[in-house]
Design a binder for this molecule. Structure first.
Ligand code: HEM
Length: 417
């Protein structure tokens, strides 16, 4: 039975169950059917957009399709944050300041740092030619980089991982508003604040004494802004927390999902390994982002429509979305839309950057996009250079979410090891 046959046969709330089951088990097949037969799926509680043009249209109308659903999960934990606000000082000022401090010209150095951190993590984590990626590499390196480049070290790696997990899980994956998941998020927020309330004033003293301190948090603390714009210590704290919340589980999932796709394609894997050995980062990175297109980090981006809006106006799929509707903008589906991407089911290296929406689109495009464009592929490159290019035997060699929101285990072995 196809997805739409099952969906149409289900009643009321069961329709959403059918939708989420298909999302979890065979998202690309479901999206392909929807793009062809029902590109704008109107469900009892939400609308799902699957076409490239419609996803970009919704995500660029940020005063209509707003980020309001994030606020109840973010405000009590990190305070007012750029990703939970639209068209406000908080969003425009904070993103502008943070964009100015995470400089594109830092990226070659960030890449070298990531290379060193990844090589070290692989060395420390590998045993008998086996490496469990999630615990030993793909969560560890982003946490270490959050200290080394962003300047938010935290008390220790394990605590940073706990904070990152608890916040991401509630803010982005708790669609059913599970209380236990929300409580864990609140607890992580309280602990982070307590830590930063001691750390930030102390770091400010260091920054005043030593102008060579040059991580992002030190730059933030060293930035002198007029009081009237309202960027005070509370704003510094919120944006420091945002660097951890946004950066770890996203990167970890992207890496293991891209690696998983590459391992399923021996020719592309061999070519990516060759690019890694040749030091051809540009080609290697293309393999990485194209592989991720076949299983992107997130299936969709959630918005709340606050005014009636007719999407895809003038086309045969035009649909009026009433105010108060939750809208799922599927960047994963959009990246397979044949109306925009030539031969979307083919693995190709010649796609322009604007066909990728791994980092979202529009006003809330990822703050860590430049960092991630080097970090995620570089960690993968180091993995391959260390020879970890084959799945471990049995279930260990396959991605395992252990029933949760994030990839938890995935073990590789060294080739000929
Ligand atoms: C491969 C890794 C990453 C992926 C795939 C990713 C993906 C995304 C996506 C899809 C969004 C848009 C969310 C929305 O519109 O609702 C986003 C926003 C955001 N990301 Fe990332 N992200 C990654 C890494 C990072 C890193 C390393 C940071 C650390 C700075 C970060 C910080 C943020 C922040 C602060 C936002 C909100 C931006 C805003 O509201 O304007 N992300 N990310």
């Amino acid at each position: 039975m196809s997805f739409l046959e099952a969906y149409d046969a289900a009643n009321g709330a069961d329709k959403l169950k059918v939708l989420f089951h298909a999302l979890a088990t065979e998202p690309l097949r479901m999206f392909a059917e929807l793009r062809e037969k029902r590109p704008i799926l109107v469900t009892p509680r939400a609308v799902l957009l699957t076409r490239f043009a419609d996803v970009q249209e919704a995500l660029s109308r940020h005063m209509v399709f707003t980020v309001r659903p994030y606020a109840p999960k973010m405000d009590p934990v990190v305070g007012p944050f750029m990703l939970a606000r639209d068209g406000t000082d908080c969003n425009q000022r904070d993103k502008g300041i943070m964009r100015a401090l995470i400089q594109q010209s830092d990226m070659p150095k960030v890449r070298r740092t990531v290379a060193r951190l990844a090589a070290r993590a692989i060395h420390e984590g590998a045993a008998d030619g086996r490496l469990e990626l999630v615990s030993q590499l793909t969560r560890r390196v982003p946490v270490m980089l959050t200290g080394k480049y962003f300047g938010f070290w935290g008390p220790d790696e394990a605590t940073m991982m706990d904070w990152s997990y608890a916040t991401q899980n509630d803010m982005f994956h708790n669609l059913t508003d599970d209380e236990t998941i929300h409580e864990a998020n609140l607890k992580a927020g309280r602990e982070m604040k307590e830590y930063l309330e001691a750390f930030l004033p102390e770091q400010l003293q260091f920054v005043r004494q030593d102008s060579s301190l040059d991580d992002v948090v030190s730059r933030l603390l060293g930035t002198v802004l007029p009081e009237t714009i309202g960027f005070d210590m509370a704003r510094v704290m919120t944006n420091t927390m945002g660097l951890l919340v946004g950066g770890v589980e996203t990167t970890s999932a992207a890496i293991v999902q891209a690696v998983d796709q590459l391992l399923d394609r021996p020719a592309e894997l061999a070519a990516a390994i060759k690019a890694a050995k040749d030091g051809d980062d540009d080609t290697f990175d293309r393999y990485f982002w194209e592989a991720l297109r076949f299983n992107p980090m997130n299936p969709f981006i959630v918005r709340l429509g606050v005014a009636e809006y007719t999407i895809a106006s003038g086309t045969d799929r035009q649909t009026t979305i009433p105010a108060g509707t939750v809208v799922f903008c599927s960047n994963a589906s959009a990246m397979h839309d044949a109306a925009e991407l030539p031969s979307p089911e083919t693995f190709r290296l010649d796609r322009p950057d604007y066909h990728y929406m791994h980092f979202g689109y529009g006003n809330h495009v990822c703050l860590g996009d430049q960092v991630s464009l080097v970090q995620a592929p570089e960690i993968t490159k180091q993995l391959f250079l260390a020879g970890y290019t084959e799945r471990a035997d049995g279930p260990a060699g396959h991605l395992d979410f252990q029933g949760g929101s994030f990839p938890e285990t995935f073990t590789l072995v060294q080739a000929n090891g």
